[in-house]
Design a protein around this ligand. Structure first.
Ligand code: PEP
Ligand code: MG
Length: 634
């Protein structure tokens, strides 16, 4: 969006809103031509847009444009005698908002899963936080202004603070702030909630951006897909679309400027392509893609019971990454043989209070039991950066990815850390539990963490609690410092897990959540591949088991390379396990090693990525982007 084109006279507040999820059309730089509003009977042709694919699959449906109808309130003086009544009005609006959020959270948890529900838990936490609501009341009392204005000013300050961080992870928080602002203002002004009344069967929602509340209000089963002009791969729309299992693309730029209600539209959530007003040939092509994808899913389902073994008999462990204990069962259902990464921080992010030892114990025990004896690797809280507690959210760091996150945060919050370790150790009596520390960058923090763990073990022993004293302890390798020093770390742990999501960002100095540099974020960079190779070699020499658990591990383009570099354990989102099994079962280790040697001779990311794609497409085309080459849209 071109700020220069915003007409003078528009308030700062209105402008901020246009920037954070704004009303549609007017000031966007688009090739208008015949496409401006009110083109009457002019027949418009096919238009194609490119966005970021965030939820896989293809859908053909009809456009429903969802407008952003946010409140704009003005400042009103309040007589001194009315100040208490105004504060009471504020309290009532906050209480009603909290009640509504509790309902939404329960509904989201039942229908969309815990990740979506976590968004509303975060909203609840914010509204309960006196550092957010206190200044609103103070403003009413001190300046004698109306509650609406005081609310909007406070939320605007917070939104600015997040927006000023210049980081996509925080721009998602800006959306949260405006969503909450809207909710509280609705209760203050008595206006109607967002509803999905205009959404009929076969709708594809097209919006500038969608708030969690808007998305949650859409009628189940009627929405076939989402497309938004704004947003990145971590946006709320992406999370909701994946939870609903429907195709979505975000960051489509100017789609809302030209799309009209009821026009036909295709959303390709695998490739991020959007086709508006498709012709018959395009519809037929996408229709075939949908048919083949359905047939392919059935084939994958059948391979679930088969072993993950290469054609020359090498066994590969395929494990699952989970965020909630109950997902351990899904991993087994998908053909996985254990949990390679349990991201426990979601317990914090889905709760409006600090999770107690008992709550955590229940969650870890449930996961251990659901794993039915197969190993379950519980990672200690990886809080900070883009995964914030309420306290952290209220005091953003200037450089959060380089700040107090992960093991650093735990070591600065020992009671919280001990509480988690106690809960994990208690759960160790119910399965094959392993403990893993995230983002270790030097040996002393690893030793400190291990010392605290030993202390917790002694304490539980003294209390007579049943635990597995021989619990295996490992660490994630997510920073170049740990990768380079892998041989030294290997003396101190039972296992490694390579976290490529962070390893890539720290090696290439590219923020993993910032879409402006997304083109530079790639696991195919030779520096990343060299580090993975060195870690695998150092671990092998010391007999330390190594898995890989970043997103790259679930990408079939990389599977042969990873096997060729010597890795034999891949930990991925449960629904990727069948895909990886199909790749593993179609290759032999000799082929993988020669592919890895060839990759080692290439010195640019583009060459590596082109070579990996070409090889994957040659050997297992149906597994790459879920498409066969002949069906790629033009
Ligand atoms: C990683 O960094 O690769 C990883 C698995 O951890 P997370 O994505 O939770 O940071
Ligand atoms: Mg990480």
């Amino acid at each position: 969006m071109d700020l220069e084109n915003v007409p003078s006279g528009i308030s700062d507040l209105q402008m901020t809103r246009r920037l954070v999820g704004a009303a549609r059309v007017t000031y966007i730089d688009v090739p208008w031509g015949l496409l401006s509003p009110g083109t009457g009977g002019v027949q418009l042709g096919v238009q194609e847009f490119r966005g970021i694919p965030v939820s896989p699959g293809v859908a053909i449906g009809r456009v429903v444009v969802v407008n952003d109808d946010r409140h704009v309130v003005s400042k009103r003086p309040i007589a001194k005698a009315m100040v208490q009544a105004e504060c009471d009005r504020l309290d009532a609006a906050l209480a009603a908002s909290l009640d509504e959020l509790a309902e939404l959270r329960t509904l989201a948890e039942e229908q969309l899963g815990k990740e979506a529900a976590a968004i509303f838990a975060f909203h609840q936490g914010m509204l309960c936080d006196p550092t957010l609501t206190g200044p609103i009341r103070t403003r009413i009392e001190a300046d004698h202004v109306n509650a609406e204005y005081a609310v909007q000013e406070q939320f605007r300050t917070l939104a600015r603070r997040f927006a000023g961080m210049g980081d996509t992870a925080f721009s998602t928080k800006v959306d949260d702030v405006w969503d909450l602002d809207d909710r509280v203002l609705r209760h203050l002004t008595g206006s109607a909630p967002h509803v999905g009344a205009t959404i009929g069967e076969g709708s594809i929602v097209v919006a500038t951006d969608l708030t969690p509340s808007q998305t949650a209000a859409f009628p189940r089963g009627k929405v076939l897909g989402f497309v938004t002009d704004r947003g990145g791969s971590t946006s709320h729309t992406a999370i909701f679309a994946r939870a609903l299992g429907i195709p979505a693309a975000v960051g489509a730029g100017t789609l809302t400027a030209v799309a009209r209600d009821d026009e036909e539209i295709i959303v390709d959530g695998d490739l991020g392509v959007i086709v508006l007003r498709p012709d018959d040939a395009t519809k037929a092509k996408y229709g075939r893609i949908i048919e083949r994808a359905t047939a392919f899913k059935e084939t994958l389902a059948k391979s679930r019971e088969l072993p993950a073994q290469t054609t020359d008999g090498e066994c590969v462990s395929l494990l699952g990454n989970i965020e909630f204990g109950e997902e351990a069962a899904t991993v087994l259902e998908q053909g996985g043989t254990g949990v390679g990464l349990f991201r426990t921080e979601f317990l914090w992010l889905t709760s409006d209070h600090d999770p107690t030892e008992e709550e955590q114990f229940e969650e870890y025990r449930a996961a251990a039991i659901a794993s039915k004896g197969s190993p379950i690797t519980i990672r200690t809280f990886d809080l900070g950066a883009d995964k914030l507690t309420q306290a952290q959210a209220a005091a953003p760091e200037r450089n959060p990815f380089l700040g107090c996150r992960s093991i650093r945060y735990c070591l600065q919050n020992i009671p919280m850390f001990r509480c988690q370790l106690r809960a994990i150790m208690r759960a160790s009596a119910f399965g094959t539990v392993r403990i893993m520390f995230p983002l270790v960058t030097n040996v002393s923090e690893l030793r400190q963490a291990r010392m605290i763990l030993s202390d917790v073990i002694e304490e539980l022993d003294d209390e007579g609690v049943k635990i597995d004293r021989a619990v295996e302890v490992g660490m994630m390798i997510e920073a170049p410092s740990a990768a380079v020093m892998a041989a030294s770390f290997a003396r101190e742990v039972d296992f490694f897990s390579i976290g490529t999501n962070d390893l890539i960002q720290y090696t290439l100095a590219v923020d993993r959540t910032n879409e402006r540099v997304a083109n530079l974020y790639s696991g195919a960079h030779p520096a990343v591949i060299k580090l993975i190779k060195e870690i695998a070699r150092a671990a092998r020499r010391r007999g330390v088991e190594t898995s890989i658990c970043g997103e790259l591990a679930g990408d079939p383009n990389y599977t042969m390379l990873l096997l060729g570099l010597g890795l034999r354990t891949l930990s991925v989102t449960a629904n990727r396990i069948p895909h990886l099994k199909a790749v593993v079962r179609s290759v032999d280790i000799g082929q993988c090693e020669s592919l890895a040697r060839r990759v080692g001779s290439l010195d640019s990311e583009r060459q590596v990525s082109a070579y990996l794609r070409a090889e994957a497409r040659k050997r297992f085309p149906e597994l790459v982007d879920g498409r066969t080459g002949d069906e790629e849209p033009g």
